[in-house]
Write a protein that binds this ligand. Structure first.
Ligand code: SF4
Length: 96
């Protein structure tokens, strides 16, 4: 009996990987650079007004938190993007 007994725990560095998220775009900030749509094409697109639009909303159950989506939020040049839980609505990133 090896008896290691340790349950596999989620890697805290991985964040809430399985949690679907909502992306919110602050249209007063978005300058339409399009960087986010390139980083996370499944989650963000440029709309007809030339600003970012979230592809998925509450009715769609949110979007998968991919590396590309996390990078899009992190690297938006005007900090126009925020990630929120699709279940609870609380803010996930960036930190306040
Ligand atoms: S990266 Fe930021 S400024 Fe550029 S389109 Fe996306 S939300 Fe708008």
């Amino acid at each position: 009996m090896t008896g290691s007994g340790g349950a596999t725990e989620a890697d805290p560095a991985a964040g809430p990987a399985a949690e679907p998220v909502l992306v919110r775009v602050d249209l007063d900030r978005c300058i339409g650079s399009g960087m986010c749509a390139l980083s996370a094409p499944g989650s963000l697109a440029l709309g007809p007004e030339g600003q970012a639009l979230a592809v998925a909303g509450y009715a769609d159950g949110g979007a998968e938190l991919t590396d590309g989506l996390a990078e899009a939020v992190e690297f938006c040049p005007v900090e126009a993007l925020t990630l929120h839980s699709a279940r609870g609505g609380h803010r996930i990133a960036p930190p306040d």
